[in-house]
Design a binder for this molecule. Structure first.
Ligand code: GRG
Length: 309
C-alpha cells in the first residue's frame, strides 16, 4: 500500500490521540480515493456520481471508529482500512438514496449538490447500488483475513443494512413517522437509521482485533449509545444549525417526530448527554484503547448545538 496509508498521525508532537485520529482519517480518505480511481468499463457519468457522493467532505466517523477499534498492526492496516471503506460505501449509498426526491428530496449533501441533482436520478440510484455491491466485494477480497472472518464481517454488515435494519429505518422514516408517538419509538427509529450502522462498524473493528464475546458485547453497547447520541445531535443540528455548518439541508425534520420536535431541544440535549455517558462507561469495559476514541467523541460532541427551546 502507498506511504499515505500509514495510520500514524502526520505530526507526532500533537500527542498520540490527536495524531492517531488525524492519521486514521487521512488514511481512510486516501484509501477511498484509491478504491474509486478510474476503472476501465465504468461509464464516466456513473464513476463521476460515485466519486461525487463518496469523496465529498465527510467526517468519516464510521470507518475511523472501526479502524480505531481494530487498532491494527502494520500488517493488518490495509485490511482494516478496506473494511472501514466498505462501511463508508454503504453509508454513502444510504445518503444518496435518502436524498432522492421520493425520500427526503434534499438539495445539498456533504457541502455539494445532492447526487441526483448533479447526475440525474437514474445515475444516482445506480451509483448507490454500485457502492453497496462494491462494499461486500471488498470484504470478500480481503486476502489477509481468514475466510470465516470475512464471512462474519459480511454477515454483520448485511444484517445492519437489511430489511430489519437501515432499510427498515428508512421505511419508517418515509412512510411511518406519523405513527411514532413516544420517546421509545423515536429512539427505535434513531437506532435503525443510525445506531445500527455504528454498531456494525464498531463490531467489525472488534472482530478484526480478535476480541472475545464479552469485549465485543461491550463494544456493541458503546457504539449503540454513541450512535444514538450522534443521531440526536444530528436532529439538534437540523433544528438550530445552519446549512453551512451542517454541509447539508437543515430544517428537513421540523414536521417529523424526533426527540427535538416531540420533547424540545433541552430534553434532546440531555438525552444525548446520557447516551454519551453510557457510551463512555461501555468503552471503559471494552478494553479498546480509549484515548483516540475519546478524542473522536470530543471532536464530534464538543460543540453540541445550544438548546433552542
Ligand atoms: C440500501 C444502503 C441502503 C440504504 C437504504 C436510504 C436508507 C435505506 C437509509 C438512509 C439512512 C440515513 C440517511 C440515516 C441518516 C444517518 C445520518 C446521521 C447521516 C449523517 O451522517 P454523518 O453526519 O455524515 O456521519 P457524513 O457526511 O459526515 O458522512
Amino acid at each position: 500500500m502507498s506511504s499515505t496509508s500509514s495510520l500514524r498521525g502526520p505530526d507526532p508532537d500533537r500527542g498520540l490521540a490527536a495524531a492517531d485520529l488525524a492519521g486514521v482519517r487521512l488514511a481512510v480518505e486516501n484509501r477511498l480515493a484509491q478504491l474509486l480511481a478510474a476503472h476501465p468499463g465504468v461509464p464516466p457519468n456513473l464513476q463521476g456520481a460515485v466519486r461525487h457522493a463518496t469523496l465529498a467532505p465527510s467526517k468519516r466517523v464510521r470507518p475511523v471508529l472501526l479502524v480505531l477499534i481494530a487498532d491494527p498492526d502494520p500488517l493488518m492496516e490495509q485490511s482494516a482500512l478496506d473494511v472501514g471503506c466498505a462501511v463508508e460505501m454503504v453509508h454513502t449509498a444510504s445518503l444518496i438514496l435518502d436524498d432522492l426526491p421520493c425520500m427526503d428530496d434534499a438539495l445539498m449533501r456533504r457541502e455539494r449538490p445532492t447526487t441526483h441533482l448533479e447526475f440525474g436520478q437514474s445515475t444516482a440510484i445506480l451509483s448507490a447500488i454500485a457502492l453497496l455491491t462494491r462494499a461486500f466485494g471488498l470484504i470478500a477480497e480481503l486476502s489477509l483475513v481468514a475466510p470465516q472472518t470475512r464471512t462474519r464481517l459480511a454477515a454483520v454488515l448485511s444484517q445492519a443494512v437489511g430489511w430489519d435494519g437501515l432499510v427498515a429505518g428508512q421505511e419508517i422514516d418515509v412512510n411511518g413517522r406519523e405513527a411514532l408517538v413516544g420517546a421509545e419509538q423515536v429512539e427505535n427509529l434513531n437506532w435503525l437509521k443510525t445506531g445500527i450502522l455504528f454498531v456494525a462498524a464498531a463490531e467489525m473493528g472488534a472482530i478484526l482485533a480478535g476480541f472475545d464475546e464479552p469485549r465485543i458485547d461491550a463494544v456493541r453497547r458503546f457504539a449503540r449509545h454513541f450512535g444514538l447520541a450522534f443521531q440526536t445531535a444530528d436532529d439538534l443540528l437540523d433544528r438550530s444549525g445552519s446549512a453551512e455548518q451542517a454541509g447539508k439541508d437543515v430544517g428537513k425534520d421540523v414536521d417529523k417526530a424526533t426527540l427535538v420536535s416531540l420533547f424540545g431541544a433541552s430534553h434532546a440535549r440531555l438525552t444525548c448527554e446520557e447516551h454519551l455517558a453510557r457510551a463512555d462507561a461501555a468503552l471503559g469495559e471494552s478494553g479498546v484503547r480509549e484515548e483516540p476514541v475519546r478524542a473522536l467523541m470530543a471532536k464530534l460532541f464538543g460543540a453540541l448545538p445550544a438548546s433552542a427551546s
